[in-house]
Design a protein. Structure first.
Length: 206
């Protein structure tokens, strides 16, 4: 049974949208994975993931859009890059090993993982400004509030808090969960979010 998406955000279909110089947009981790990780295309992605999002970011850069990052994306990006590297190793290996063994017993592979993460994050920082604020009890309380008010995970709640504290409402993401956050404008090519937004009259054409 497909997830029932209760859209509360405004949603913009980036397949037909043109970035505006007045836009300020925080970019979610999944977009960075497909744009900055050199092996992202090895794990069969959807067309939009390796084509539409990178193209939209490039158009946004040319339009002088203010693009932002969250430091929480570093933790999430590092995690999924390591997982991707582990999965690729496992496919080509005759002997199944745990992620802990992969991390501790194969120094050359560990170095490769660290280099991939460093190279990806270097691209992220080259394209964006930081939207981070102090990570304290107040930040956690606000993030918990987003978890209770919408259907997002822990990483996303922190990214939403970074956006809110920076006075930013625009988020570029392929994660339909962000569309459940009231007050955001979600820039996406995710069909589930786009179709659900259209039904609720929250699909925005600019």
């Amino acid at each position: 049974m497909p997830a029932l998406l209760d859209v509360r955000a405004a949603v913009v279909d980036i397949r037909t949208d043109t970035p505006k110089s007045a836009d300020t947009v925080l970019i979610d981790t999944n977009v960075w994975f497909w744009l900055a990780y050199t092996k992202a295309s090895i794990n069969p992605p959807k067309y939009n993931q390796i084509t539409t999002y990178p193209r939209y970011v490039q158009h946004a850069l040319r339009a002088k859009v203010k693009l932002l990052r969250s430091g929480f994306s570093f933790a999430e990006l590092a995690h999924i890059i390591e997982r991707a590297e582990y999965d690729q190793f496992s496919i080509g290996s005759k002997h199944k090993i745990s992620k802990k063994e992969f991390r501790h017993n194969h120094p050359s592979l560990r170095a490769s993982v660290a280099n991939e993460i460093e190279a990806a994050w270097r691209q992220v920082t080259a394209m964006t400004s930081s939207a981070d604020v102090q990570f304290d009890d107040q930040f956690v309380t606000m993030s918990l509030g987003w978890l209770k008010q919408s259907e997002i995970d822990g990483y996303d709640s922190c990214i939403a808090t970074c956006a809110t504290n920076a006075g930013v409402t625009g988020v570029l993401t392929d994660d339909s969960d962000f569309a459940t956050i009231h007050g955001l404008t979600v820039f996406t090519a995710n069909n589930v979010a786009i179709q659900a937004a259209a039904v609720k009259g929250l699909l925005v054409t600019r």
